[in-house]
Structure formats: structure tokens, C-alpha cells
Design a protein around this ligand. Structure first.
Ligand code: SF4
Ligand code: SF4
Ligand code: FES
Length: 253
């Protein structure tokens, strides 16, 4: 097995101050960035803080910025870098740093709590819910989300604009609203208009940066945000659509 010393540059610090620190670290064939960060912890930087769990791209914990690009450390293979290329690892930029590579992602939990949960139709008992396969399949894509928050971190609406965070739910949670809005049995009401008026859907100008960084390859913009915007416009400005929606679509039948 071949191995070499690779030049890593890792952000070290806390919520008060920090700096990039250079480390030469051994890299073996087949390794990913997270392996190298773990070796760094085991050798030169025993107190390096890093969040991870599965090392299989499924828990969404090891999100960081690698050479400025938001990625999962466990899914970034070392053989995608030249041997001489410096690998810079920094914490997610849109969330406050706790220490080193660990950020406080509670913004996302706050936004998740603001979305009313699925509202079952009246008069239909659990077990009696019926929906078409096509509707099941449409929302299946969104349920692949591993809550890594790379999309939330990347979206320019909040990336350098702390002041927008209160009004904007971010792509992951607008996608959740789209999923519920597409659900034929959800009786909550106008989720698309709610997304527009209460969760900042209008801030999104469909740049697709969120889609580009999603490790689950969910087409966040094309399949969730754009349809949600279209539905918001339809419902808001077409009284017949709105009325029909109220009377027929939400009847629970
Ligand atoms: S498409 Fe919308 S939500 Fe996604 S990154 Fe762009 S502005 Fe943000
Ligand atoms: S939608 Fe994709 S990028 Fe966003 S949190 Fe879910 S898995 Fe991560
Ligand atoms: S450690 Fe679970 S996604 Fe990377």
C-alpha cells in the first residue's frame, strides 16, 4: 500500500479567535479526508474537535469546507487531490463555530420546529390513508435528506447575511414544506403561500447552489423550490385555484 505525507491546513480556534494551522500528515491509499483528520487527532493534534459518526455518508455529521467547497469529509477521497495540493479544511461558514471544525447548527433545528407537521385529513383513521403511487414517489426523493446542512450552509441568502436568518428557512426546510404541500392527504392548508409569506421563499432566486452541494443528489431547486414557488403564485393570485384547493383537494377523499 502506497503512502505519502500530505500538506493539510486546518482551522483551529473557537468562537473568539482562530487561525489556519499547517500539518504534514500521512495519507494511505484509499483514504478519505476524515481518515486523515482522525490521524491528525491521533498524532499531532489530540485536542482537534471534529464531529462525525458513520463514516459512510449517511449521518450528515462530518460536513466541513474542503478547499472552500462545502462537502462531507467522509465522502471526499484523498486521491481527488494532487500529492502536492494543500488540503484546507475549515468549519461550515454559515454557522457559529464552537471549536475547530465543530459548528453550532441549531439554526436548522429552530427552522425545523417552525414548520407545522403533517396534518391528517379529518374523518380518516390511520391505516385508512390512501394515496397514488405517483404521489409517494414524488416525495421519496426529498426523504433521502441526511440533514448534513451543506445546502443550508451554502445558500447565499444566509451565507454572508446573518440578518436574513430569522426570515429565511433555507433550502432544506423549504424543501420540507414543498414535500408536505405535494402530499395529497395533508390538510394543513396553503403551505406554499405560507412558505412565501412566513418562511422566506421569495428570498430564493433559484441559483441551484444548494442542489450542487447536496451529497444525496436531491434536485432541491428543480423538484422542490421551483414547484413550490409556482404553487405559491397560483394559489395567491388565482382565487378559483385557491377555492378549488380548499373545497376539493383538502377534502380528505
Ligand atoms: S436555489 Fe434558492 S435556496 Fe438554493 S442556494 Fe439558491 S437561493 Fe438558496
Ligand atoms: S437536502 Fe441534501 S444538502 Fe441539504 S441537508 Fe439534506 S442531504 Fe444535506
Ligand atoms: S461521518 Fe456520517 S456522513 Fe460523514
Amino acid at each position: 500500500m502506497s503512502s505519502h505525507l500530505h500538506h493539510f491546513r486546518v482551522w483551529r480556534g473557537d468562537d473568539t479567535k482562530g487561525e489556519l494551522v499547517d500539518y504534514p500528515v500521512e495519507v494511505n491509499e484509499g483514504e478519505v479526508v476524515l481518515d486523515v483528520i482522525h490521524r491528525l487527532q491521533a498524532t499531532e493534534a489530540g485536542d482537534l474537535a471534529v464531529r462525525w459518526n458513520c463514516k459512510a455518508g449517511k449521518c450528515g455529521s462530518c460536513s466541513a469546507e474542503i478547499n472552500g467547497r462545502p462537502r462531507l469529509m467522509c465522502m471526499t477521497r484523498m486521491n481527488t487531490f494532487d500529492d502536492e495540493e494543500i488540503v484546507t479544511v475549515t468549519p461550515l461558514r454559515s454557522f457559529p463555530v464552537i471549536r475547530d471544525l465543530v459548528t453550532d447548527v441549531s439554526f436548522n433545528y429552530t427552522k425545523a420546529r417552525e414548520i407545522p407537521s403533517f396534518t391528517p385529513p379529518e374523518g380518516v383513521a390511520p391505516g385508512e390513508y390512501r394515496m397514488a403511487q405517483v404521489d409517494v414517489e414524488r416525495s421519496q426523493e426529498f426523504r433521502k435528506c441526511i440533514e448534513c446542512y451543506l445546502c443550508q450552509n451554502t445558500c447565499h441568502v444566509v451565507r454572508d447575511h446573518e440578518e436574513n436568518k430569522e426570515a429565511f428557512a433555507g433550502p432544506r426546510y423549504l424543501m420540507r414544506m414543498a414535500e408536505l404541500d405535494m402530499h395529497p392527504l395533508d390538510a394543513h392548508g396553503n403551505r406554499a403561500v405560507e412558505a412565501q409569506e412566513e418562511h422566506g421563499l421569495g428570498f430564493c432566486n433559484i441559483t441551484k447552489c444548494c442542489t450542487e452541494v447536496c451529497p444525496e443528489h436531491i434536485k432541491i431547486t428543480d423538484n422542490a423550490l421551483i414547484p413550490l414557488k409556482e404553487r405559491a403564485v397560483d394559489r395567491k393570485y388565482d382565487p378559483l385555484v385557491w377555492l378549488g384547493d380548499k373545497i376539493f383537494r383538502r377534502s380528505g377523499s
